[in-house]
Structure formats: structure tokens, C-alpha cells
Design a protein around this ligand. Structure first.
Ligand code: LMR
Length: 334
């Protein structure tokens, strides 16, 4: 009896403090949405559409402030800021959650997904949906997956066969899988925040990188990387996240409306991401960059060269997760 009274009192207290957290006393609920890319990218456009729809549907009740281009928080501190409720929405790339769950590293496994359509199918199926909740113990609630696109390899020299990458230093996001990917190629990986990539490439601190077309174009990376190989070797996608104390503290009717907005925005971002990346690919080509597309045989050689990385991370990521990801490819393999 005493225990249940205590439990009721404790949950009432949690709810009351959560409500105050979200309501911020009076006035609209302010949602700060911080991210590291330009407005003119799939994530940047998603943030803008979220603000528009949320403020239209919930006038006076919700105010969304967007901070693009690492202007408020960057890779080094945004997740900590989320847990301290200094920011309420983020959409870090899936590679940036390694500290909180190893399962999401499945998205980094090189050449696991054939294309963005396969990534999309995985995200929609049960295992992919489960991963949205894989960080709840760390006070991170996953609200949706947003696409950017498949990554391409760029460098100061042409990269046609895996051995071409040997000896170069590549900038990576903070992911052990990505580190292993480059060491498997005989290259070195250097973790750098996204905001520092252009300068690092320009100064020669690193000689290569991996990015989707939209990030390459919007940050002018092609101007300091003369050779780009269209490898489509891994996904650079995002998880829209909040902290549960804030999110579940939002009054129910407002949260339901916001969840509807997120569904609409997610649909739009994911519908347009591939076309936006292809448009940026054309712009990069028009600007004079050398883009080499791998033939099926060349891509298979890269895929084969990466098998030890899959093996290395199989037990870390989980055999079940990797198996589920492998079933989404449509290409027949022997
Ligand atoms: C990167 O660091 O390369 C990306 O995660 C940036 C982004 O958010 O697209």
C-alpha cells in the first residue's frame, strides 16, 4: 500500500516537473532545433518545414527556433546540450550516436545497403523502428529517420580500386566502423566535426572525405577535392531526436499535433532527398569536378574488400540487426 502511494506520488512529481520543463512557465513552448548543415540540404529544409507547419498548426502555442551550420551547437556538444534541455530537437547523422548505442552502426557498414531505397526499407521495418528506441536509457528519444543520401568518396587523387585509398588521411564522423573502414583500405581516419571539414581539406590536414552530394555541394567541398568517386558506399541519414523529459512533458494535445507534423515533414524530406542530392551532383559536375562512377564489378571489388569490417562488427552491432539489414537489398548475389 505504502509502496503504491509512493509510486503515484513519484510519478505525479515527474509529470509536474516535465510539464514545467516543456511549458517554460508561460507563453509558447520554445523548441530550439540545432543542426550542423546548411539550410539548402535535406535536413536544413526539413527543419524549415517543421518550423512552418508547427507554428501554423499551433499558433501562439509553439515557437521553433532553427540554428543551422553549427551556429548554436556543433558535433562536439549538441547531444549534451539536448540532454541538458538547452536545445530540444536535433537530427544528428546516425554515425554520431555510437556513444549511446552500437546498433545504429549498422548504417555505417560499408556497402551493406545497395542504395537509399534499401536503407528506406530497413528503416520502415520492425528492426529499424526498434532502433528508434535504442537510446531511451540515455535519455534520447528517436522521433523519425530523415534521409540525406548515400556517401561518395572524395580525395586529392582518383580512387578506383580499394588500394588507391592507401596512405591517405580521410576525415570521418565519430564512428569506429568508419575508422575500421579506412584502416581496412590502408588509409588513416581522422575524426573531425563537420564544421571543420572544409578547412581540413583545404589545408591538406586530410586528403579525403566521404559525404553525400548535398553536403559536398553546400559546403563547397568539391572545390578542394578534385576527384569524387560515386561509390554510394554507405548511408548518411539522420535520426530526429529529443529528450524524453521535454518531449513527454509537452501537453498531450500539443504533442500529438507535433507528432503529426513530424510525420508530414519526414514524408517530404524522405521523398525529396534523393532528387536534391542528384541535383547537387549535377551542379558539382557542371562546376568541373571529375566524378567517376564505379561499374558493378568495381563496386563488387570494394564490397569484397570491406567484408572484414562487417565481420569485425557483427557481434558489436548484433547479428540480428545486420541480418535484417541484408534482407532489404533487391540485387541478386551468389
Ligand atoms: C558529417 O559530419 O559529415 C555529417 O554528419 C553532417 C550532417 O549532419 O549531414
Amino acid at each position: 500500500m505504502f509502496k503504491s502511494i509512493l509510486a503515484i506520488a513519484t510519478s505525479a512529481l515527474v509529470l509536474a516537473s516535465a510539464g514545467a520543463y516543456a511549458n517554460q512557465e508561460s507563453g509558447p513552448i520554445v523548441i530550439k532545433f540545432s543542426h550542423v548543415v546548411a539550410d539548402d540540404t535535406p535536413k536544413g529544409q526539413g527543419a524549415i518545414l517543421f518550423k512552418k507547419l508547427a507554428e501554423e498548426r499551433l499558433p501562439g502555442k509553439v515557437k521553433v527556433e532553427i540554428y543551422p551550420n553549427s551556429t548554436l551547437y556543433g558535433d562536439a556538444n549538441e547531444l549534451e546540450a539536448l540532454s541538458n534541455n538547452e536545445v530540444q530537437l536535433l537530427a544528428p547523422s546516425l554515425a554520431k550516436f555510437e556513444k549511446y548505442t552500437k546498433q545504429l552502426q549498422v548504417f555505417d557498414l560499408p556497402f551493406l545497403f545497395d542504395d537509399l531505397e534499401a536503407v528506406n526499407r530497413f528503416q520502415k521495418r520492425a528492426k529499424g523502428r526498434q532502433l528508434l528506441r535504442s537510446m531511451e536509457d540515455h535519455n534520447i528519444v528517436g522521433l523519425a529517420y530523415w534521409h540525406n543520401g548515400m556517401k561518395q568518396l572524395s580525395a586529392t587523387k582518383p580512387l578506383l580500386v580499394p588500394a588507391d585509398a592507401g596512405g591517405l588521411i580521410f576525415r570521418i564522423q565519430p564512428s569506429s566502423v568508419l575508422e575500421a573502414q579506412f584502416s581496412q583500405l590502408g588509409a588513416t581516419a581522422m575524426v573531425l566535426p563537420f564544421a571543420e571539414v572544409f578547412d581540413a581539406l583545404k589545408s591538406g590536414k586530410v586528403q579525403g572525405a566521404e559525404n553525400p552530394w548535398s553536403n559536398i555541394y553546400s559546403k563547397k567541398l568539391h572545390t578542394v577535392q578534385p576527384y569524387i568517386t560515386e561509390t554510394n558506399h554507405g548511408a548518411l541519414d539522420y535520426m530526429l531526436v529529443s529528450n524524453p523529459r521535454f518531449w513527454y512533458g509537452i501537453p498531450h494535445h500539443i504533442r500529438v499535433e507535433l507528432e503529426g507534423v513530424i510525420d508530414e515533414v519526414t514524408y517530404e524530406v524522405n521523398r525529396q532527398a534523393e532528387a536534391a542530392n542528384q541535383a547537387d551532383r549535377k551542379r558539382i559536375e557542371a562546376a568541373g569536378s571529375t566524378i567517376t562512377t564505379l561499374t558493378d564489378e568495381q563496386r563488387d571489388a570494394w564490397r569484397q574488400a570491406m567484408q572484414p569490417v562487417w565481420q569485425q562488427f557483427e557481434s558489436v552491432i548484433g547479428e540480428d540487426v545486420i541480418k535484417a539489414a541484408q534482407t532489404v537489398n533487391r540485387k541478386k548475389r551468389d
